[in-house]
Design a binder for this molecule. Structure first.
Ligand SMILES: CC(C)(COP(=O)(O)OP(=O)(O)OC[C@H]1O[C@@H](n2cnc3c(N)ncnc32)[C@H](O)[C@@H]1OP(=O)(O)O)[C@@H](O)C(=O)NCCC(=O)NCCS
Length: 198
């Protein structure tokens, strides 16, 4: 018999690190969020957009609904750059199994901030929330096999390459092969701040 397992939803979630903070997104963030959802280059390797402004607003309404769900499974949080207080990206955790305490992580950073370490800090903050706040057991990610920067970010935060999935991602009008990465709670707890196992 399938055991009944639930994970208590947490709302609101906030986080403060050295260079970034995370907070819940609301529909008032549409202009800032549209800077990446509407940017065809920023979303060229992920299954999101590019969106029209009205679609960005719908996307934020969906994020609000998911955040307010009683057994919340989807956490899409805004990334605030502490120096400027600008909203510069988002990180998402989607719990795909309560039984297995497992979630997928994904993230995006506004293009004018690429290459300054924010992606790595964002992914690390997402893992901290997954393991320390949501008490998950495993976090996984998939990225387009040509997304070498994201693969680099995932390795930076201690995630392991676990294989390739054929034609796993629908991006634009193409089915793309994906690299699968994962990290287990024990590995997260035994790594130092650089993502290396200690
Ligand atoms: C992936 C993404 C979040 C990275 O953000 P970022 O702020 O540029 O990331 P960082 O600066 O922390 O790190 C990038 C790393 O990739 C490395 N890198 C940069 N260009 C690279 C390249 N062409 N090949 C390999 N590695 C590269 C950098 O050296 C850096 O590694 P380091 O910290 O060891 O030096 C950003 O590019 C993005 O939003 N992309 C679009 C959305 C996306 O692909 N999301 C991931 C879905 S799986």
């Amino acid at each position: 018999m399938r055991p009944f397992v639930s994970i208590a939803g947490v709302y609101p979630i906030s986080y403060c690190g050295q260079r970034i903070a995370l907070r819940e997104l609301t529909r008032r963030d549409a202009s800032a969020v549209h800077q990446w959802t509407g940017d065809s280059e920023a979303v060229s390797m992920i299954p999101l957009g590019p969106t029209r402004f009205s679609e960005t607003r719908s996307y934020l309404r969906q994020i609000e609904r998911e955040a307010g769900a009683r057994d919340r499974r989807v956490y899409t949080l805004g990334v605030i750059e502490l120096d400027t207080e600008d909203l510069v990206g988002s990180v998402g955790l989607t719990i795909d199994s309560a039984v297995h305490r497992r979630a997928e992580i994904g993230y995006i950073i506004r293009r004018d901030r690429w290459g300054s370490g924010l992606g790595t800090e964002t992914a690390r903050a997402g893992l901290e929330i997954a393991f320390d706040r949501l008490e998950l057991h495993r976090v996984w990610a998939v990225c387009d096999t040509s997304n070498t920067v994201s693969a680099h970010v995932l390795r930076n935060v201690g995630m392991h390459h676990e294989g390739q999935l054929r034609k796993d991602l629908r991006i634009g009008d193409q089915w793309r092969d994906a690299d699968l990465f994962g990290i287990i709670e024990d590995e997260w707890r035994s790594q130092d701040s650089n993502g290396s196992q200690s």
